[in-house]
Every structure is written in structure tokens, then in C-alpha cells.
Design a protein around this ligand. Structure first.
Ligand SMILES: [Zn+2]
Ligand SMILES: [Zn+2]
Length: 441
């Protein structure tokens, strides 16, 4: 049985192939896997799945990604089931440049309109590898949200890529058809907000998965480091903080990526490539920056011509930022937040806020500073009172009020006394009570 769509963005995923294989042999997915496990254990004693049900829920989607499970299953399939090289249905050939974190989602994503399209055109129903990516939440063809649950209200069960009797296009629990006529679509406003980025990201991922079967070897891991260093030198004045601010990604992460100690996850890579309008495929495969050309999914009526300088202006709405900062400044929040906390809350870097609205930034910092100054004065007054009360008490007990004895009386730790301020306070109190400070042996 041949896998569908190899060498195209619409390639099927490995779990879809497993489902279709079970259907072709008129057995359930569970029976197929049980046979496979029994046969393969002769070759590889570690190949075992004791609990298929929890495997479906927790690990089945991972077979489409870069995990070690994908590799074990690919080997088992090539040993037991078919001669076809099925690695193009997973991301294993990209495992050197795509970290597992946030790559593949745990449940199955699907587009009801794509299912309906396949059915109407007499094409075998299958699940696309594209639907497995955590970063993608829309179908780039229909520009609608991917579904993760059964769409029937009386069922609504979460779908997994493999299940006891799973079958592409049908609910794993109630077994009803999940396709839907595109004419019935009600547009969801929420989808429109992020649509440009999502369609673009799907296009980039589509180009990567179309290329999988042409890869001769794993892409070099250093490619990402090389490309990011070119980016840093060419567009960011060789400055890591500049990159960090522009993409709103922590400085430490960028530094580690540029030094080649870590590789970024696909979400960060997509954001970087989107904002620079460069090809993710060329970055991963060759470590070079190339301007992105044509989109395979044809973005209709979408203006995707983002120039770098326009984009920066577009993403920060200065009026909104001003209102947000003014609201924080006018609020009675105790303690008043420092600028770092404000920046975090608004999802913008401190430097950007300071650069855009220096006056309001200063006022926010000043409010925080004055509050802390006042709090410090209050604490000192309290401290002074406590020491004075302790000195009087100890003297009345007929003892000399040395620092150790006072420490027993007050709420603060003895260490506080070794601070300059405390000794000064103690001397003042001693003078006030006409006692002579002395060092006891
Ligand atoms: Zn679709
Ligand atoms: Zn259902």
C-alpha cells in the first residue's frame, strides 16, 4: 500500500497510514498493533506497548514527529509490514534541526472541510502531516480552525491519531462522519486575527515536508547557528539585545542559539522567518537566508508584503500602550509594579517602553521608587521603636543592653544589627537614654 502525497505539502502522516493499513486488512488498529508487537519482539525485545489505550492518548501523535518512538515504529514497520520508506510521513529526517518540544500536538487536528472535499472527489480519506504541528491552528486551504474534538454535540470526544478502531474522517468514539460542507461554514472572527501568520507558517511547513523525501542525509545542526549569526550581523548591528528586542525573545535564548548550544523550537523559528520574510526551508537545510518567494497555498486577498520597518510600527499600537501605562499609573495597586513587571504584563520589552514613552516610563519607575522609599522609612521607624523598647526593658532588668541581648527581644534577625544603620540607631538610643555604649568582653 502506497502512502499518499509523498513529496507534496499534503503528505499523509504515519498514523494515518497505520489506520489505512488496518482498514485495508479489515482489522482494527489494535489488532494490527498487537500483531506488529508480537512479531517485532523477536527482533527487538524492548519493543513493547503494555497498555495500548494509554499509548493512543499519550504517544500516538508523537509517531508523526521526531521522537525515538517514531524511529522504533518505522523500523518495526519496515521489518514486518512493508518495504516502503515511511520516514517521509514523519519528521524523523528533520530531527537534527527540529527539537521535539512544542513540535507535535498530543491530540489529532483535522479539517472537516478537507475531509468532505476528499470524499466528494472520491479520494481516499486520510490525515495530513500538516495537521499534526502544534504551531498550526488553521487549515491553510479553507482558512478555518482545525478541530480537535468530535463535532457532534452529543459526543464531543477528543480525537487521537490512533485509537482502538480509529479511521481517518470518522470519530474514534461515536464513529460518525466528521466531514462538513464548506458552504455551511460560519466564519470565526478569532481565526482572522492571526490568519496571515498562520497561512504563512503552514506554507513554510508545507515546503519542509514536501522536501523530506529528497533529503539525502540529516540537515546539519549548525545550519541554524550559522543563519542566525548572519542575521545578527546583517540586520541587527551584530547585537544580541537588538535581536531580542525585535522578536521579543529572551536575550539568553538568542545567545545560546547563536553560540550553537541550543536550537530554537519551530515556533520561534517561524516567528523569526515570518518577520524577516525569509525561507525556513533554506535556513534549516542550508543555513542561509533567502527571501521567501511564492506561497504554495496562495493567500487570497491578503497583503503579505511586510517590510521589516513597517511591521515594527504596526505591532506596537502607541496609543494603546499609552492608555495601558496611564491606567497602571493611575491605579491604586499596592505595591506599585516596577517597569519590568509592567513590560511583562503588556508583552513588550522594557527597552521598547522606555524608548516609545519615556515620560510615562519614568513616572512608573518614580511611583515605585517613592513607594519603596516610604516603606523603608516606615520599617526604620518600627525598628527604632523596637530597639528602644528592648533597651529600656533590658536596662530595667539590671543588664547592659548589648546587641545580642537586644536581638533576643526584637523581631529582626541579629544579622540586621551588623548593618551600619542599626548600630547608628543603637548609639542614638543609648545617647537618648543617657547610657554609655561600651564593648562587653
Ligand atoms: Zn481544510
Ligand atoms: Zn463522536
Amino acid at each position: 500500500m502506497d502512502p499518499i502525497g509523498v513529496g507534496t505539502p499534503n503528505v499523509e502522516n504515519f498514523t494515518s497510514y497505520i489506520n489505512r493499513l488496518a482498514i485495508t486488512h479489515k482489522i482494527t488498529v489494535s489488532s494490527l498493533l498487537q500483531c506488529l508487537i508480537k512479531e517485532e519482539r523477536g527482533n527487538n525485545s524492548s519493543f513493547n506497548i503494555p497498555h495500548l489505550n494509554s499509548f493512543y492518548r499519550n504517544n500516538s501523535t508523537a509517531l508523526n514527529g521526531v521522537s525515538s518512538k517514531s524511529n522504533i515504529f518505522l523500523t518495526a514497520f519496515s521489518n514486518q509490514v512493508c518495504k516502503n520508506n515511511l520516514s517521509s510521513l514523519t519528521l524523523v529526517p528533520w530531527s537534527s534541526v527540529l527539537p521535539q518540544h512544542n513540535l507535535i500536538r498530543r491530540m489529532k487536528g483535522y479539517c472537516p472541510f478537507c475531509y468532505e472535499y476528499l470524499k466528494k472527489n472520491n479520494i481516499e480519506i486520510y490525515d495530513l502531516l500538516l495537521w499534526s504541528f502544534s504551531s498550526l491552528t488553521i487549515c491553510p486551504v479553507h482558512k478555518t480552525k482545525l478541530q480537535f474534538n468530535c463535532t457532534y454535540h452529543d459526543c464531543g470526544k477528543v480525537q487521537y491519531n490512533l485509537d482502538t478502531c480509529s479511521r481517518p474522517g470518522y470519530c474514534n468514539k461515536c464513529h460518525r462522519w466528521l466531514g462538513n460542507d464548506f458552504a455551511d461554514l460560519k466564519r470565526d472572527e478569532e481565526v482572522m486575527i492571526n490568519l496571515d501568520f498562520q497561512v504563512w507558517a503552514a506554507d513554510q511547513i508545507g515546503k519542509i515536508i514536501s522536501e523530506t523525501n529528497k533529503l539525502k542525509s540529516l540537515p546539519r545542526r549548525e545550519n541554524i547557528m550559522i543563519a542566525l549569526n548572519i542575521l545578527k550581523n546583517k540586520y541587527f548591528n551584530d547585537s544580541i539585545p537588538n535581536i531580542s528586542e525585535f522578536f521579543n525573545i529572551p536575550i539568553a535564548s538568542i545567545r545560546f542559539w547563536c553560540e550553537g548550544r541550543w536550537i530554537p523550537n519551530i515556533e520561534a523559528l517561524l516567528i523569526i522567518c515570518y518577520r524577516m520574510q525569509i525561507s525556513l526551508l533554506d535556513l534549516l537545510k542550508y543555513g542561509i537566508l533567502t527571501k521567501e518567494s511564492e506561497c504554495v497555498f496562495h493567500i487570497e486577498n491578503q497583503n503579505v508584503d511586510y517590510k521589516r520597518r513597517d511591521f515594527k510600527k504596526a505591532i506596537i499600537d502607541e496609543n494603546k500602550l499609552r492608555t495601558d501605562l496611564q491606567n497602571i499609573l493611575d491605579s491604586n495597586e499596592i505595591p506599585p509594579p516596577p517597569l519590568t513587571a509592567v513590560a511583562k504584563r503588556l508583552g513588550i520589552s522594557v527597552r521598547t517602553i522606555q524608548k516609545r514613552l519615556p515620560d510615562l516610563s519614568r513616572q512608573i519607575s518614580k511611583k515605585r521608587f517613592e513607594y519603596r522609599k516610604l516603606e523603608k522609612t516606615k520599617r526604620q521607624e518600627q525598628f527604632y521603636k523596637e530597639i528602644k523598647a528592648a533597651v529600656i526593658q533590658i536596662t530595667n532588668d539590671g543588664l547592659y543592653p548589648n546587641i545580642l541581648r537586644i536581638s533576643d527581644y526584637i523581631s529582626k534577625s541579629p544579622l540586621v544589627f551588623y548593618e551600619f544603620e542599626s548600630l547608628k540607631v543603637w548609639r542614638e538610643i543609648m545617647a537618648e537614654l543617657s547610657l554609655e555604649p561600651k564593648i562587653e568582653k
